[in-house]
Write a protein that binds this ligand. Structure first.
Ligand code: THU
Length: 122
């Protein structure tokens, strides 16, 4: 929620924060950063991940993902973020997010089965 305080969201006014817990115990946070083009907006989850990789590489795996918003709305991670995260999660990673009836926690595998990954192609 602290990360969401930095969100740049003048267009949607939807202020999102994400925290990623890695299997080395580190935590990286991010917020959404919008753009006048709309399409170039980058979500909180991806910004947190890219920040982590930029600082120390991609070896640590994501153990848990938490996403919140300051709007009090339901807001699971979007499909694009699920695809991007899928490349860096542990097999038993979990995701917490605001659901329609309150906080929800699900396994990443449940939220995003059958991810696209090059090594799985024939
Ligand atoms: N957003 C995120 O940051 N994460 C999500 O998982 C869903 C959507 C942002 C993108 C945009 O700035 C705003 O929320 C409204 O879609």
């Amino acid at each position: 929620m602290d990360a969401a305080a930095h969100a740049y969201a003048p267009y949607s006014k939807f202020y999102v924060g994400a925290a990623l817990l890695f299997d080395d115990g580190s935590v990286y946070t991010g917020c959404n950063v919008e753009n006048a083009s709309y399409g170039l907006t980058s979500c909180a989850e991806r910004n947190a991940l890219f920040r982590a990789i930029s600082e120390r590489g991609a070896a640590p795996r994501i153990q848990a993902i938490a996403v919140v918003n300051r709007n009090g709305a339901a807001g699971p991670p979007c499909g694009a973020c699920r695809q991007v995260m899928s490349e860096f999660v542990t097999a038993d990673a979990v995701v917490s997010f605001p659901g329609a009836e309150g906080p929800e926690t699900r396994s990443f595998a449940e939220l995003f089965p059958w991810s696209f990954a090059l090594e799985r192609q024939p």
